[in-house]
Unconditional design. Sequence first.
Length: 424
Amino acid sequence: MGIDSVVIHGREDRMSLPVRLADEGFFIPREDPLASYLDIEAIISAAKEVGADAVHPGYGFLSENATFAQRLEEEGITFIGPSPDSLRLLGDKIAAREAMSKAGIPVAKGTNEPISDSKEALALASEIGFPLMIKAASGGGGIGMQVVNEISDFESALRLCQGRAESAFGDSRVFIEEYVSSAEHIEFQVVGDGSRAIHLGERFCSIQRRHQKILEEGPWLSKSEREEIGAKVVAGAEAIGYRGLATFEFLRNSNGEFYFMEVNPRVQVEHTVTEMLTGIDLVSLGIKVSSGAELPIKQEEVSLSGHAIQARINAENPFSLEPSPGKLWECHWPGGPGVRVDSHGFSGYVMPEAFDSLLAKVITWAPTRDQAIVRLDSALEETILLGVDTLIPLHRAILQESDFLEKKINTDYLETHTGLLVGD
């Protein structure tokens, strides 16, 4: 796009590839490695010092922080993402449920208000039925969720979830939602310019550990299902005047019914799958609409071609799933037609302990799912990573497992295929 880039970084990341490849690196020294990326005023000061027009927040840290987006707006710096109002709305899962329900998106049975009184909550829980989920109103991921199978476990689970929500997100509010078991996790990629929105198809993300995805692919739905749910997510985005990239996440139960989970108001790790299927550079598109430009694409111009699969190469023991930080003594990535690798690692790179264990993403595309699976397995076989454990053996076992090949997959796949984790 012809735009110069400056990457902020802490001490642990000074040698990572994004810092080395950027036009400029800006060091924000902090004792706590996470603080370099969470100090809003320090980041704004850095942006002003280098004369930045805009700030891209990436995947995590402040990417969904309405206060950060608001402060940038006050300083006349563009936040490459949604408005502070959209972030506030979508960051409150109770408010987001209500807004999406009004827009015609199906939501699971649940409470429309935060719950605090245990007796009142128990009555509501009995009405919804067990098993159910207690979920934090703010924040997300596994730490913000608690599955309750029996009524006798409810009160202790409620207190536990409220305590976790307060310590992790500074907000003890929780709500109850029907637990959709043996479900498929399906998400839709959406982009809006503040008035008009389009969707770019779905991704299938059911292979997870600790509620975190490790393998994603697409497409997954029939054309009619894609058009039906796609129209609803577009209506949901347009109803709140959404600008930027967003992912609408759903669970689909064994009867084929869809239930809205949440909206992730940012670019996601697995956006690469959609880029391979559509040929559209999502990150550039997000920058364009954030600059005030109208969407340059109409819905009818979006088409999905072939099949794409992404494996997250986490630095973890493939059997115990424990983190495995350390020095990459040798690093060789695969290549060839239909193969893409996104990574910050290289030979000699020291994988820090302080951050998420994701080291790389290997994505393959092919005309059919079966061909994409073979191509990904071949790419993973070619990958050489010496010095840290990775999930590659687990991924290769999944890619050759019969239920996976037959698309018999739901969110408890790893729990029901324990032989993959013990090396059987």
